[in-house]
Write a protein that binds this ligand. Sequence first.
Ligand code: ADP
Ligand code: MG
Ligand code: MG
Length: 552
Amino acid sequence: MDIGGLETVVANSAYVAARGDVDGGGGGGGRDRKMRARLKLPHVLRLEEVRARVVQTHPEPAEPALPSFQRVCTLEPIGRQLFRQFLETHNEFRPAGQLIQACEDMDMSEESEKPKRAQAILSAHMDDKNPSSFCAFLSAAAVEAARARGSFDETLAETAEYLRSRSLAEYAESPRYLRYLQFKWLEMQPMGEEWFSDFRVLGKGGFGEVCACQAKATGKLYANKKLNKKRLKKRGGYEGAIVEKVILEKVHSRFIVSLSYAFQSKQELCLVMTIMNGGDLRFHIYDVDDANQGFSEARTLFYSAQIVCGLEHLHQHRIVYRDLKPENVLLDDMGHVRLSDLGLAIELKEGQDKTKGYAGTPGFMAPELLKGEPYDYSVDYFTLGVTIFEMIQAKGPFRYRGEKVENKEVKRRILEDGATYSDRFSAACRDTCEALLAKDPATRLGFRDGSCNELKKHGFFATINWGRLQAGLLEPPFVPDSKTVYAKDVNEVGAFSSVRGVTIVEDDKNFYDSFSTGSIPIPWQEEMIETGVFGELNLWPADGSLPDDLCK
Ligand code: ADP
Ligand code: MG
Ligand code: MG
């Protein structure tokens, strides 16, 4: 074996072993004791500053002296768990807490289970014959909607509003909220590269390598996208770097890679993100089985549905992705997919409904974009159509893989030609592709009135249980092999040339500081919960008394 091959074997085995520790470890796997010991909750007397800061960054719109209910009680995972615990310990609010939980459980249950669950909710919470769990605050209209139409949207909205107006002030004075502030304090501590150990290179980006890495304190594996400071400066990469950071920080979806930390080392800016070990869809379409390229319709449908969830989330946050293609859709260990590489994405400012600019990949870009017209989220549904077509056919509708064809001709085909469907497409799948590949964005299937609900019921998407998909409960059609590294050999990734003639000055340092904001709250909290650290730290005496660290 040559040296390069040997290097890859060594790098792969360290990395595969770390994955094994974490997957099968059940808590504690791969942790560094000393770093874990640094995750220690501060005493209650040290929380005043963080208490003020939480309210400042996310005030409740109607009552700016209180923290945002939406943020602190629902969006942040540790905040949400502690708020639910608070409701559980409170006689007046307990029924409301149980009602929310029951609705969530129903949403995630099998289709055949749902009517039974709905019935149980109606009888426990909407019937005054059960006074201990009855939710008297629900309006007659909400109860009627649940009873007659099986729609619990109003129920959930009214319950949230009831809890916001009635319980938030009391919650903000409770011990569980102090516990929340203890975790926020920990989350806001300065952090840097000493919290991670690096494993092998996973891929190469424009400004540096992407490495597998492990958070030492919890054992969680991540991908670390490194951006070399000098290379960024030399090639004018600051703007793109901050756009990617800001957008990734804003979105939280199991269908988009999430950003957990942003920090700097001496030479680099680092984005620590969800690690996707299973390779990209382009690789799986073409390179796994040469004689049998492309996916079955069932597999295509699964990935497409997950992509739709990712797009819907981006569009709800006013972000146009612009670069959807199989290569940018990555698989995780279980076979679920996420959108990645948001470097070309753009956010529409409040009040702005269109953007302009040539951005994307030839063969994928929508007609309105190619014509130089203003466009919006519609372009992402055209690229979705191209992507679905390619998954089924192992060939783009407007361009073969590796076909030597000028961009001008690809553009002409997209503007003028229809796609040709083989018998690999069912009628339902073809209908959906056609509706997504509509040349006119006004008639194209897509994002309407804040959601993709119309698309989710269309053609071959109609058979998906969207609630279970959204919760990550649908079983993936293909599970990547846990011992395989779906990346190039380390020596094939390619080195970077050194950067000369760049001096870093004060302004540059200010930019690096503004980039390096540390832990991102929601993913950081997920890491603490997932790795068991939250459970180890969130202890309460069985007799209902206050824990020592919360006694003033
Ligand atoms: P750039 O924007 O500079 O092109 P990318 O975000 O595309 O950088 O990352 C470069 C490469 O690194 C990708 O093609 C992929 O091979 C690998 N990579 C990127 N993100 C991840 C991730 N989250 N998990 C695993 N590998 C990744
Ligand atoms: Mg890339
Ligand atoms: Mg990029």
